[in-house]
Design a protein around this ligand. Structure first.
Ligand code: CP
Length: 304
C-alpha cells in the first residue's frame, strides 16, 4: 500500500511483518549509538493539526533514528489558521516532494483525503473519531512482546469509546490477532453502531473486568464532549474508573494499558497507572520502534 489509513487495510501477515521489523529496531535501541543510516536522504513531514505529545515526538524520534530529515508543522503555525483548505495544504506539501507525510487531524477521513491528493505515503496519526492505526499497532506489539501471542487472550477496553479512534482501531486489530475484545462504558459514551462491532459490550465494570488478561483504559475526552453528555467526573471515576478492587477480579498479573494522555484519578487510579503490571511506558517505547518500522516499510516500499 502507498498509505496507512487504518489497520483494516492490513493483513495478519503484514501486521506480523511490521512487528518483526519493529523487533529488529528494538535491538538497535539498546545500543549506545541508536542512529542508523537506513533512510538517509529521505524526508518526512509531520503535520499535526491537533495537539500530540507521544505520537508526534515518537515519529520525530523514529525518523531521526533512521537518519530521515523530519519537518514539523503544527496547526497553530500553519496557514490553516488563515483559512487555507486541507486540499491546498496537501498540494503545497506535495510540491515540496517529501517521501511521507504523517497527519493528525480533527476530521474523520482527513488522512484519506490527503492521501488521494499526494504522491508520497500518508500515515494516519489519528483522524477525528475514525482511526489511530499506529497506536493500535504499538498496543498490540506491546502485548505481543509481553505474551508472545494474543490469540485466546481477553482484553477489556474501558471508558470513552464514543469519541475514541484508539478503540476503533484496536477492536479491529485485536480481533484480527485472535484476541477476544470486551468494551465497557456508560451508554452515553458508546457509539450508536457499537453493537455491530466484533466485541462484547458491558455497562457494569465489575462484570466486564472478570477474568480479563489486560485492561486498556481510555481517556475521557473532555475537549470533545460538546454534546451535553459530559458525565460528572466524580461519579464517572466512582463507576467507571479502574481501581485496585477491579484488578482483583481480573486474571493474576493482568496488564494495564492506556494510550495516554491520562486523567489520573478519573479513568484510572494513579496507583494502577504506576504499578508493576502497568505497560503504559512500554507502550511509549513500542511507539518509537513500531513507527521506525512503519516509516521504513512505507518510505522504501520495496517492490514498487
Ligand atoms: N496516544 C496518543 O495519541 O497520544 P498523543 O495525543 O500524545 O499523541
Amino acid at each position: 500500500h502507498k498509505d496507512l489509513l487504518d489497520v483494516s487495510q492490513l493483513s495478519r501477515a503484514e501486521v506480523m511483518a511490521i512487528f518483526e521489523t519493529a523487533g529488529r529496531f528494538q535491538e538497535l535501541q539498546q545500543r549506545p549509538v541508536k542512529k542508523v543510516p537506513t533512510l538517509k536522504g529521505r524526508s518526512v513531514i509531520l503535520f499535526f493539526a491537533e495537539p500530540s505529545t507521544r505520537t508526534k515526538t515518537s515519529f520525530d524520534v523514529a525518523g531521526k533514528r533512521l537518519s530521515a530529515d523530519t519537518f514539523s508543522l503544527a496547526k497553530s503555525s500553519s496557514s490553516l489558521t488563515k483559512g487555507e483548505t486541507l486540499k491546498d495544504t496537501a498540494l503545497t506539501l506535495q510540491a515540496m516532494a517529501p517521501d511521507a507525510i504523517v497527519l493528525r487531524h480533527w476530521c474523520s477521513g482527513a488522512a484519506r483525503f490527503l492521501a488521494r491528493r499526494v504522491e508520497c505515503s500518508v500515515i494516519n496519526a489519528g483522524d477525528g473519531r475514525h482511526a489511530h492505526p499506529t497506536q493500535a499497532l504499538l498496543d498490540s506489539f506491546t502485548l505481543h512482546q509481553e505474551w508472545g501471542e494474543l490469540a485466546g487472550k481477553t482484553i477489556l477496553i474501558l471508558g470513552d469509546i464514543a469519541h475514541s479512534r484508539v478503540a476503533r482501531s484496536n477492536v479491529l486489530l485485536l480481533n484480527m490477532l485472535g484476541a477476544r475484545v470486551r468494551l465497557c462504558a456508560p451508554r452515553t459514551l458508546l457509539p450508536p453502531q457499537v453493537r455491530s462491532w466484533p466485541a462484547t459490550v458491558y455497562s457494569d465494570l465489575s462484570e466486564a473486568v472478570r477474568g480479563v488478561d489486560a485492561v486498556m483504559c481510555l481517556r475521557l475526552q473532555l475537549e470533545r464532549q460538546q454534546d451535553g453528555l459530559l458525565p460528572d467526573l466524580r461519579e464517572y471515576a466512582r463507576t467507571y474508573g479502574l481501581g485496585p478492587r477491579h484488578v482483583e477480579l481480573a486474571r493474576p498479573e493482568v496488564k494495564i494499558l492506556h494510550p495516554g494522555p491520562m486523567n489520573r484519578g478519573v479513568e484510572i487510579s494513579s496507583g494502577l497507572a504506576d504499578c508493576a503490571d502497568s505497560l503504559i511506558l512500554d507502550q511509549v517505547a513500542s511507539g518509537v520502534v513500531v513507527r521506525m518500522a512503519l516509516l521504513f516499510l512505507y518510505m522504501t516500499r520495496k517492490g514498487e
